[in-house]
Write a protein that binds this ligand. Structure first.
Ligand code: DC
Length: 220
């Protein structure tokens, strides 16, 4: 099956995927879906309920009992867990690291596949993540892989999170670790799909990246 109007944007943390994906979705008049939020939600619930996620016998019933959903609010999907908007709790540094670790577990990825596909069923959408173009929507007509130099990515994260008090060096160190975890895991590792278009945003700002994507979508 071909997804007629699905745009996938994959790439490492801090490359600007979220800002770019939101802006592109707005320009295209379609929905923006942040799949990283799903992995963060799993990590958040693991943390809240103190689940021993490395024990697959305990992880399975926990995942079965999860009730994650995207609820449309002002044309933007808001992530809920058991009906509660949890978006305010999933952006901490701790949750970033736990989400990276737990997203390597195949049971977690399997549990989140259905919700990602179901949201694309009757909507045009821009999907942001790590394996959108490779594993979740291999037939998407528009695929991008957005990257940038790791120092530039860490600098952007540092500037975004200056209130947190975490040093640039720590953010850079964790980003290098997260890159390694995300690209080296055996299940759905972060990698460019063979038919995805690579955009290096090291020297580009958001509007330049969005313009580039729009012009590519137009000719595809
Ligand atoms: O995009 P993000 O930083 O919010 O994602 C959080 C973590 O979730 C990231 O370390 C990798 C994982 N993730 C993934 O494995 N697959 C996706 N499609 C999206 C995110």
């Amino acid at each position: 099956m071909t997804h007629r109007r699905i745009v996938t944007i994959d790439g490492p943390a801090g490359a600007g995927k979220t800002t770019v994906s939101k802006a592109l979705a707005r320009e295209l008049g379609c929905v923006y879906v942040d799949t990283g939020a799903l992995y963060r939600a799993v990590a958040y619930e693991i943390q809240c309920r103190e689940i021993d996620w490395q024990n697959s016998a305990l992880l399975e019933p926990f995942l079965d009992g999860l009730d994650l959903d995207f609820v449309m609010e002002d044309k933007e999907p808001v992530l809920t867990s058991s009906g509660r908007d949890i978006s305010a709790y999933i952006r901490t540094h701790e949750i970033s690291m736990l989400a990276s670790a737990t997203s390597a577990v195949s049971q977690v990825r399997k549990a989140l596949l259905g919700i990602q596909k179901s949201i694309a069923k009757d909507r045009d959408a821009v999907f942001e993540g790590r394996d959108m173009g490779t594993a979740v929507f291999p037939n998407a007509p528009y695929k991008f892989f957005l990257t940038a130099d790791v120092n530039v990515r860490a600098r952007r994260r540092f500037e975004e999170s200056s209130a947190s008090g975490i040093s640039f060096e720590k953010i850079l160190e964790d980003m290098v670790k997260r890159d390694a975890d995300d690209t080296q895991r055996t299940v759905s590792p972060l990698k460019q799909a063979p038919d995805a278009i690579l955009i290096d945003a090291t020297k580009l700002d958001v509007s330049q990246v969005v313009e580039k994507m729009k012009s590519i979508i137009k000719v595809l």
